[in-house]
Design a protein around this ligand. Structure first.
Ligand SMILES: [Zn+2]
Length: 498
């Protein structure tokens, strides 16, 4: 039986744009050594490059057209009904379920949106989308252990909350503390449990970049020289701690194969566009009540039901033709009310957005994606009808209705960086070549995990095996084995729970 031990460390939002200079400065020696001795390259995220669908495509090995998961919320029964991504979607569809079916033991720590935890051969600790007051572990008894080894387990730092306004020192302290707790929990589980595959996701890397990007980039509207001098070293030290954590995890795990990866890249976010305000102004959206934040990033069915109910209460469902849902801040998603049956609606909106100018009359470059052009599979229709990106992600696209259409700075002073399509991947192991890999996609990862574990790859997975990832002759002596397709399934039992 194949005994390959695999360690995967996810660094949410990590980009070579940030870590390459840090490796050059000697701040990240562990990653530098991995990059020099193993395979590395850019890892392309999904469109939109948002945490929830990206980690979901990684788990399922499928593009969002096959699963319907293109955001934190998934359109379900009708055009105004949404459901939060939760383990209801993961269960039975993830690479760890396939490993389990072949007798492999899997440990998952801090996996985004994997909530509530469900029984697997191994253990599971929920990440983003859950909170430590909830049941976040399988087995349930694990939670008390994690609380003990971390003096109170923590999951989230709500970096954009008011509480962190002009409180950068507090934010950095909290981010470092949560990093330490995530790593301590992972080390403890690694040490005390058996596993064939161990995966931990570090989310704080994403949050610190959202908050501190303003101090890293002199062209940012919120740049402040004094703060740059104070916080650039803090930012660098944080990444040094991340590198040290990776070294300790690798040392403890002694894996055969190590993979470091991110769900998307990162870059500056300098301005804001109020998309629902624009849709209202153009006559596509009619409201009944004040449209503010209606969804919480909690993967519970209660929040899901409340969110959909509020959406229907606040919008005039009969008169609204198109609306943006609060899925993320970096990319506009426009959902249509198909009951209105308005032929040409998408072309009409696209034409207007093509001519979009800011409040000073400058043309804004609006890149538009239609789901059928970027997704394939039978759930493509669940995606928004149009995705829009303004000036290469430098605008946030805001859900909230406002008295203005644009803002020449970020709408929240702690959301000053945002996601980009290109994440990172680095792999090390005896069968892994020293090579730069090209064209890797986030949905390729599951296929490689199965291949390395000696488990047949269901033929409907989207992942392609990257030839130059392996040493010469390895693929010939270890042929890739495909198995029967595993169509996307939903466990109905989860819908009733909660
Ligand atoms: Zn992310």
């Amino acid at each position: 039986m194949n005994k390959t031990k695999i360690l995967i460390i996810g660094l949410d939002g990590a980009t070579f744009d940030v870590i390459d200079p840090l490796m050059d400065k000697g701040i990240m020696p562990c990653l530098k050594s991995m990059k020099e001795t193993g395979a590395f390259g850019k890892l392309e995220s999904v469109i939109p490059p948002v945490t929830a669908p990206a980690w979901f495509s990684l788990a399922s090995g499928k593009n969002p057209g096959k699963t319907g998961v293109s955001g934190f919320q998934v359109r379900t029964k009708d055009d105004f009904e949404f459901e939060y991504l939760s383990s209801r979607f993961f269960k039975g569809n993830s690479f760890w379920d396939l490993l389990n079916e072949r007798g492999k033991t899997v440990g998952l720590v801090n996996y985004p949106m994997l909530f509530p935890p469900y029984p697997i051969k191994g253990f599971m600790v929920s990440g983003l989308g859950s909170s430590p007051e909830q049941e976040i572990t399988y087995p349930e008894s694990l939670k008390a252990e994690l609380n003990q080894v971390t003096s109170g387990y923590e999951i989230r730092v709500n970096y954009s909350d008011k509480h962190y306004r002009d409180a950068d020192d507090l934010l950095i302290t909290d981010i470092n503390r949560v990093l330490d707790k995530n790593v301590a929990a992972a080390l403890h589980l690694m040490k005390t449990r058996d596993w064939d595959l161990f995966m931990v996701v570090i989310s704080v890397t994403d949050w610190i970049q959202h908050a501190l990007w303003k101090y890293l980039d002199p062209s940012h509207p919120l740049y402040d020289r004094g703060k740059h001098e104070k916080y650039q070293p803090e930012f660098d030290r944080f990444w040094g701690r991340v590198d040290d954590a990776i070294a300790r995890l690798m040392e403890q795990a002694q894996p055969d194969v190590t993979c470091i990866l991110s769900d998307h890249g990162f870059g500056p976010m300098k301005k804001a566009f109020y998309l629902n305000t624009w849709l209202q102004k153009e006559g596509y959206l009619k409201k009944k009540g004040f449209l503010k934040k209606i969804f919480e990033r909690r993967a519970t069915s209660d929040d899901t039901r409340k969110g959909s109910r509020l959406l229907k209460e606040k919008l005039d469902v009969q008169k609204t033709a198109a609306f943006c849902l609060e899925q993320n801040i970096l990319l506009g998603n426009i959902y249509f009310n198909h009951a209105q049956d308005r032929p040409g609606l998408r072309e009409e909106i696209k034409k207007k957005l093509n001519d979009l100018t800011d409040s000073s009359g400058n043309h804004i470059h609006v890149k538009m994606y239609q789901p059928e052009d970027v997704y394939w599979g039978k759930h493509t229709h669940l995606a928004p009808d149009l995705f829009i990106v303004l000036d290469d992600f430098e605008y946030s696209v805001e859900f909230r209705l406002s008295d203005r259409l644009f803002l020449d700075r970020p709408s929240n002073p702690n959301r000053t960086g945002s996601h980009r399509l290109e994440g990172i991947i680095m792999v090390q192991g005896p069968m892994i070549s020293k090579a730069k890999i090209e064209g890797a996609h986030i949905y390729d990862i599951a296929s490689h995990i199965l291949y390395l574990s000696g488990v047949p790859i269901p033929e409907d997975l989207d992942g392609k095996i990257i030839n130059n990832l392996f040493t010469p002759g390895y693929l010939e002596s270890h042929p890739v084995v495909y198995g029967k397709p595993r169509p996307f399934v939903m466990d109905e039992g989860f819908r009733k729970k909660g």
